[in-house]
Design a protein around this ligand. Structure first.
Ligand code: UDX
Ligand code: ADP
Length: 467
């Protein structure tokens, strides 16, 4: 089969940018992206995507209407696409068996059924969403059930893009994984998908393997990355208890080439739609396989992450004279990381809720994520203000807590912020992005992560001297 049209179901953080880059790189192919959410489709089709991703609009400008279109018509996308990517959301289940751990595959299965019902010839179906190992097998069974020749080959092509750098990650991926069945038809399907990526990715970076290995490699990559963050955060805690500096420790270990310097930034923990979900999926798989100790090992990474948020709030409480009741606290940043408006699983959510439980009043600011923040906290908004302008959020506040490492926070006029705050004024730098000494000089009490706090008159929660 010679491929002319590629379809994708799901135009979210993964499907949208992935198809945009593919279309831009493959002018000889047609791309149709279907999503049931009409307002999302309208935004994509207008060239103003519903998600913020640096560089995305430029790519869309090239591809839209040339060889890329967005539609709500899933049926027509299924009819047109010879290769169909499935890129729908797979959140953690909130009900029934495996609740809180396993992935909720209802959107995924709905797609499989739509493809089965409406595809009028053979199709290559590509699993792109993060899904638990063996989902492709289930998909294969739904699609190919019944007598007659196999019409569908199901491949796994896991996504490694990180939000904020998605376009770069797609244009120059470290590697592309394609898992497929080891049959003549399966190998042919894999080759078709390889040939698409090979238009811009060097062949030696395109790895082919079994479907299960590809699925598990994706979960493992995210579990390893998340584990690094929990590891460095655990050491940050030890630094605080003993007076060492996490920045110095991270730099020292990062120079060991076996360890490497990236993903060693201590802070209030990881968020985002992948890490927690994938760790829990992995642990769930281990449990189902009877590997309780292995499950426990990976679950500890999640627990260590949750601890960063409770620890952060406990530190605020201790420094602020053991009461936050009715104090205004400005939260700088709500996105789970900079350069995105995404707040899924953002550590800011747990922190905001814990502060509200202490009866604090919150003023939340974020350059891109205010709308999502409002949605995440919709049930508790009576004690929250939302401000686009950080200076307005900080006005009259007792403390500023930096929760997202937006570059612009470093460049704010901190003297000006200080002037309009209550005294004593605190800054809790949950992402270690600020100049602690400079802020202390201005008059702030400054509390970073994993390093000594600078408190005027001495830190009541200073580390225990070990000697
Ligand atoms: C991640 C993976 O990186 C990507 O390959 C996968 O496809 C999807 O999941 P993403 O969730 O977009 O991507 O963001 P990432 O850059 O990995 O950061 C995740 C979280 O970890 C953020 O909340 C970030 O603030 C935090 N983080 C990251 C740290 O706390 N410290 C670090 O050193 C690095
Ligand atoms: P991800 O981060 O995995 O891309 P998102 O939630 O950003 O997740 O995007 C998933 C998209 O899939 C959403 O826009 C949602 O509307 C769409 N979607 C989910 N189920 C279906 C379905 N059955 N048919 C069409 N689109 C769907």
């Amino acid at each position: 089969m010679s491929i002319r049209t590629v379809a994708c179901i799901g135009a979210g953080y993964v499907g949208g940018p992935t198809m945009a880059v593919m279309a831009e790189r493959c002018p000889d192919l047609e791309f149709v992206v279907a999503d049931r959410d009409e307002s999302r489709v309208r935004a994509w089709q207008a060239g103003t995507p519903p998600i913020y991703e640096p560089g995305l609009e430029e790519i869309l400008r090239v591809a839209l209407r040339r060889n890329l279109q967005f539609t709500t018509d899933v049926v027509s996308a299924v009819r047109q696409g010879q290769i169909i990517f499935v890129s729908v959301n797979t959140p953690t289940k909130t009900f029934g068996e495996g609740a809180g751990m396993a992935a909720d595959l209802q959107h995924w299965e709905a797609c499989a059924r739509a493809i089965r019902a409406f595809a009028d010839g053979p199709r290559i179906v590509v699993e792109k969403s993060t899904v638990p190992v063996r989902t492709a097998e289930a998909m294969d069974r739904i699609l190919n059930d019944g007598p007659g020749p196999r019409k569908f080959e199901v491949l796994s092509n896991p996504e490694f893009l990180a939000e904020g750098t998605a376009i770069q990650d797609l244009l120059e991926p470290d590697r592309v994984l394609i898992g497929g069945p080891d049959t003549a038809q399966g190998r042919e399907a894999v080759e078709q998908l390889v040939s698409i990526y090979a238009r811009w990715v060097p062949r030696d970076r395109i790895l082919t393997m079994s479907v299960w290995s590809a699925e598990l490699a994706k979960l493992t990559a995210n579990a390893f990355l998340a584990q690094r963050i929990s590891s460095i955060n655990s050491i940050a805690e030890l630094c605080e208890a003993t007076g060492a500096r996490i920045g110095e420790v991270a730099r020292a270990i990062g120079l060991d080439r076996r360890i490497g310097p990236r993903f060693l930034e201590a802070g209030i923990g990881f968020g985002g739609s992948c890490f927690r979900k994938d760790l829990l999926n992995l642990a769930y798989l281990c449990r189902v396989a009877g590997l309780d100790e292995v499950a426990e090992y990976w679950t500890a990474v999640v627990r260590m992450n949750e601890r960063q948020q409770t620890r952060f709030v406990a530190g605020m409480l201790r420094r602020m004279f053991n009461t936050l009741a009715d104090k205004r606290i400005a939260l700088f940043g709500f996105a789970f990381k900079p350069d995105t408006g995404d707040t899924r699983d953002s550590p800011a959510i747990a922190i905001a809720r814990a502060l509200l439980a202490e009866r604090a009043r919150l003023a939340i600011t974020d350059p891109r994520a205010l709308e999502n923040a409002r949605r995440e906290l919709a049930d508790v908004t009576d004690r929250i203000e939302f401000w686009a302008d950080p200076y307005a959020a900080a006005r009259g506040a007792h403390a500023i807590a930096v929760l997202t490492a937006w570059r612009e926070y470093r460049d704010l006029d901190w003297s000006e912020l200080y002037r309009h705050m209550e005294r004593p004024a605190f800054v809790f730098d949950g992402r270690n992005v600020l100049d602690v000494d400079a802020l202390h000089e201005i008059g702030f009490n400054v509390v970073p992560i994993g390093a000594p706090a600078r408190i005027h008159g001495g830190d009541p929660a200073a580390h225990l001297a070990l000697t």
